[in-house]
Write a protein that binds this ligand. Structure first.
Ligand code: DGJ
Length: 746
C-alpha cells in the first residue's frame, strides 16, 4: 500500500517511489498539510510546523484557551473560508444563510486499492488495482451541512498523485450554491521557487515562461470556455536552480478542457499556496438536497531529478493511464493532410492526385480537411450540415474513402462538431441550438456560432449524425476541430438563476459525445484540434490520443512549441507535419530536411501539395518516410530527454538557438538524437551532444540521416561513451539546419 495512516500520530503518508505527501490530522478536526518531500517511511513529528501566536491571527473557537495557533499561519490541506484563513480559499459555497463561510472538519476516511472513475469527467484510470491506491477524506462544515470529500490517488510506480474533490449538500432540504471549488490546494513551505507555465497564442502555443514567486498572487487562467492557446492548464514550481536533470519540480496539470485557474499565493510567512481548478469566473452550481458536484482531476507530479523526470512521469502516466483505445498503444500512421495543399479549393481529381503521389512516398493515411460538406467553399457557411458537397466530391465521401482504400491508404475526415454556421440548414432549423443570452446579439468568431452542448437534444443529434457517417463511410481517422472561443455562454433550456452552469455543462456534454463516439467506433483514430493547440489538454487526450500541436508548422518556430508541449504531453500525442515554404504562417524558408527532422519528434505527416515537388524532393520525402517508420516506435513510446539548456536560452515568446533531444526506446535498443538550430550561424561553435538514457554497457552503431559529414555513419561506441563523452557537431551548412542520428544497439 502506498497510503498509510498512522492512527497514533494522526498522519497520512502518501508514498510515491521517491516522494512522501504528508497530511496531518490535528485534534481530530483540522486537516493540515505536512509537506511534499523526499520519501519517508515514517513520520516522527519532529518536522511539524510550530503552532504559536501570530498577531492578527484568529484562533479557531474550538481550540481557544488551549492553543494559540491560527489557520492563517498553517499549511492547510483544504483551505477554509471566512473563519480565519485570509488566503485564497478552496471553496466558496453560499449556504441557506447567504454566507460563504466554510470550515470543514474531519469526519472520517477510507483507503482502498485502485481508483474510481470520476462520473461524467475524463480522468486517469488504473489498468489493474495494483497500479495505485486511493484515499478519501471527509470534511464537514456543520453549519452549512456541506460535506467535502478530498480524493487522492497515489501511483505505485510513478511519482504522481491525482486529486479531485466531491462536494455534497447533506441537508435534507434546501439548496446551496457552489461559486468556487478548487480541485487541489497545496501549501508549500517557503517561497524560493520559480513558477513555470506554458503560454502563448494561436500559432505560438505552449512557450515555456518562468518567473520567481513574489509575495501576493501570481497565476494563469483561461476565461475562454476552452483550455486555450493562451495558457495551458499546467504550472510547475521548481527550485531556483532546477535544470533538466537536477533539482525539484512539482507539476500540476488539470484534466479539463474548459475555463480554468491556476494560482500561487505567497503569503506573509512565505508559504506558497498552489491552487488549480475550474475558473470561478462565470461558474455557479446549485446543489439541491443530497446532490453532489465532482471537480476535474489535477495530476500532480514530483521530481527531484529536474524537469526531465517530471516530463517522463507525465508521459508514462498519460500514455498508459489517461489515453484510451487501441490507437493509444499503436504506432501512428504517416499522414498527408490536404489543408495547406488545397485549402477549400479541391475536387476528387485533386485529392486522388495528391493521394497517389503520397502513397508512392510511403505515406499511410490521407486526411480530407475542411470544406468537403454543405456548400462550404470558404469559412462563411455550412458548419453543422455534415453532408457531402457533391459539386466538389461527386461520388460523395464514400467514393473518396473507397478510392483511398483501393490505393492502400487509410482515410480520415475533418469535422468541427461543436460549431454551427448561421448560414446552415441546421441553424435555420434550430436557431436556439447555438449558445446565446436572451436579448443580446450573438458574437461571431470565424463567422460561426457555438452549439449549445449543455443540451441533451443537441448532443444526441450530434452523436446520431456523426454515427450515421461513421457507419456508412469507412473512416479510419477523424480530426475534431474547434475554431473559436465561445461567447454569450447561455442556454434556452437553463433557468435564469442557473445560466452560470452552462460553461461547465458544455464540457459535460462534449465529454458525453466523445465517450459515445469512441465507444461505438473503437477503430477510429481521433485527433483533437482547436485551430492547432487551443485545447491541448489532458481532458481531450482521455478521448483522443493525439492532437494537432499548432497551426504553425515552421520548423524553427516549432522548436519552442514542441519542446514546451513535451514538458507535459507525450510525443505519441503530438501531431507534427512538414509543410510548404515559404511557411504559410510566418513566411520563413527552411530546408525540407530541417522540416522533416523537426516533425519527426512527434506523430509525423505532411501538409503540402506533393505534386508541386521535383523528383529529388520526392525522393527525400520517401527517405524521410522510410526513416520515420524505423524510429517511430521509439519516438512515440520511448523516454524523452531534452539535452540542451533550452529553458535558459529561451526568453518568453522567443525561441532558443538550438533545440536538442534524445528519445530512447523502453528496451534501450534504439535511441534517436535530434537537433534543430533555429538561428544557424556561419563558422559556428561546436555543440557537444551527450546522449541520455542508453544502456551504458551495450554497444550502439550510429546512423546519420543525410550526408555523413562528421564520419559517424557505421561507427560503434558503448552507451557509456556516448553518454559521458558525447558527440560533437557544428551547425555546418550541409546539415541544412538540423541533425538526426539513430543509435541502434548491436
Ligand atoms: C484549423 C486547423 O488547425 C487547421 O489545421 C485546419 O483544419 C483548419 N482549422 C480548417 O478550417
Amino acid at each position: 500500500m502506498s497510503i498509510h495512516f498512522n492512527s497514533e500520530k494522526k498522519v497520512f503518508l502518501l508514498n510515491t517511489p521517491s516522494s512522501s505527501y504528508v497530511i496531518r490530522l490535528f485534534e481530530d478536526k483540522y486537516l493540515l498539510h505536512g509537506g511534499w518531500i523526499s520519501r519517508l517511511e515514517d513520520w516522527s513529528g519532529i518536522c511539524e510546523l510550530p503552532m504559536h501566536d501570530r498577531p492578527f491571527g484568529p484562533v479557531p473557537n474550538d481550540l481557544h484557551g488551549r492553543y494559540s495557533f491560527s489557520l492563517d499561519s498553517q499549511m492547510m490541506e483544504f483551505a477554509t473560508t471566512g473563519v480565519g484563513d485570509f488566503r485564497n480559499s478552496s471553496i466558496e459555497v453560499k449556504g441557506k444563510d447567504g454566507s460563504i463561510a466554510f470550515c470543514g472538519k474531519y469526519k472520517g476516511h477510507r483507503i482502498y486499492e485502485g481508483k474510481k472513475n470520476i462520473p461524467e469527467l475524463p480522468s486517469t484510470f488504473v489498468n489493474t488495482n495494483s497500479d495505485a491506491d486511493s484515499l478519501e477524506i471527509d470534511l464537514l462544515d456543520e453549519s452549512s451541512g456541506v460535506l467535502v470529500t478530498l480524493v487522492y490517488t497515489v501511483w505505485n510506480e510513478l511519482d504522481a498523485i491525482c486529486r479531485h474533490v466531491v462536494v455534497k449538500n447533506t441537508n435534507s432540504e434546501g439548496s446551496v450554491c457552489l461559486q468556487k471549488i478548487m480541485s487541489a490546494t497545496l501549501d508549500f513551505m517557503g517561497s524560493r521557487y520559480k513558477m513555470l507555465q506554458l503560454s502563448g497564442a494561436w500559432a505560438r502555443e505552449r512557450h515555456v515562461v518562468e518567473r520567481k514567486l513574489v509575495p501576493g498572487y501570481q497565476g494563469i487562467e483561461s476565461r475562454r470556455c476552452a483550455s486555450s492557446h493562451q495558457q495551458n492548464p499546467f504550472i510547475a514550481l521548481t527550485d531556483y536552480n532546477t535544470t533538466e536533470e537536477t533539482g525539484h519540480a512539482f507539476g500540476f496539470n488539470l484534466v479539463y478542457s474548459g475555463s480554468f485557474t491556476a494560482q500561487v499565493e505567497v503569503d506573509q510567512y512565505s508559504f506558497s499556496r498552489v491552487q488549480m481548478g475550474i475558473n470561478p469566473f462565470n461558474f455557479e452550481w446549485n446543489l439541491g438536497a443530497g446532490e453532489e458536484f465532482y471537480t476535474p482531476e489535477v495530476v500532480m507530479v514530483y521530481s527531484d531529478q529536474g524537469l526531465g523526470h517530471m516530463s517522463r512521469t507525465y508521459h508514462d502516466l498519460y500514455r498508459n493511464n489517461l489515453c484510451r483505445g487501441k490507437w493509444s498503444k499503436m504506432e501512428r500512421p504517416i499522414v498527408i493532410n490536404n489543408w495547406e495543399a488545397t485549402y477549400f479549393d479541391f475536387n476528387e481529381e485533386k485529392l486522388f492526385a495528391l493521394a497517389d503521389t503520397a502513397k508512392k512516398q510511403g505515406i499511410e493515411l490521407f486526411v480530407l480537411d475542411d470544406g468537403w460538406f454543405g456548400k462550404r467553399n470558404d469559412d462563411r457557411s455550412s458548419l453543422g450540415d455534415w453532408v457531402e458537397n457533391r459539386d466538389k466530391i461527386k461520388g460523395g465521401l464514400k467514393a473518396i474513402a473507397d478510392g483511398m482504400h483501393a490505393r492502400g491508404l487509410k482515410f480520415g475526415v475533418w469535422f468541427e462538431p461543436e460549431m454551427v454556421s448561421p448560414d446552415s440548414n441546421l441553424y435555420r432549423a434550430h436557431p436556439d441550438w447555438a449558445l446565446h443570452i436572451d436579448g443580446r446579439p450573438q458574437t461571431l468568431g470565424r463567422n460561426q456560432l457555438v452549439l449549445d452542448y449543455s443540451r441533451k437534444d443537441v448532443t444526441d443529434y450530434i452523436i446520431e449524425s456523426l454515427s450515421t457517417i461513421f457507419s456508412t463511410v469507412d473512416i479510419d481517422y477523424v480530426k475534431w476541430d474547434f475554431n473559436r472561443s465561445p461567447t454569450e455562454i447561455g442556454s434556452s433550456l437553463v433557468s435564469s438563476d442557473s445560466q452560470m452552469t452552462v460553461g461547465h455543462k458544455f464540457y459535460l456534454g462534449l465529454y458525453r459525445v466523445m465517450e459515445a463516439l469512441i465507444t461505438k467506433f473503437p477503430n477510429i483514430l481521433f485527433e483533437s484540434c482547436s485551430g492547432g493547440g487551443g485545447r491541448y489538454d489532458p481532458g481531450m487526450f482521455h478521448y483522443m490520443s493525439q492532437a494537432w500541436t499548432s497551426d504553425d508548422t515552421d520548423a524553427v518556430a516549432r522548436v519552442a512549441i514542441q519542446m514546451g508541449s513535451s514538458l507535459v504531453y507525450p510525443a505519441s500525442g503530438m501531431s507534427c507535419h512538414v509543410s510548404a515554404v515559404p511557411n504559410h504562417q510566418n513566411g520563413r524558408v527552411t530546408s525540407l530536411k530541417q522540416r522533416g527532422e523537426c516533425a519527426m519528434a512527434g506523430t509525423f505527416g505532411y501538409e503540402l501539395d506533393l505534386n508541386k515537388f521535383s523528383q529529388s524532393e520526392l525522393d527525400q520525402i520517401k527517405a524521410q518516410c522510410e526513416l520515420y517508420k524505423k524510429i517511430r516506435k521509439t519516438v512515440q513510446y520511448g523516454d524523452l530527454y531534452r539535452i540542451n539548456d533550452i529553458w535558459e536560452e529561451m526568453s518568453p515568446a522567443d525561441v532558443c538557438k538550438l533545440g536538442a533531444w534524445v528519445i530512447v526506446s523502453k528496451d534501450k535498443k534504439q535511441a534517436v538524437l535530434s537537433a534543430v538550430w533555429t538561428t544557424p550561424e556561419a563558422n559556428s561553435e561546436f555543440n557537444l551532444f551527450k546522449w541520455k538514457g542508453l544502456d551504458e554497457n551495450a554497444k550502439y552503431v550510429l546512423h546519420i540521416n543525410g550526408e555523413n559529414l562528421f564520419g559517424w555513419e557505421g561507427k560503434i561506441a558503448t552507451g557509456k561513451e556516448l553518454m559521458n563523452a558525447g558527440i560533437f557537431a557544428s551547425c555546418h551548412p550541409h546539415l541544412l539546419g538540423s541533425l538526426l542520428v539513430v543509435a541502434d544497439k548491436i
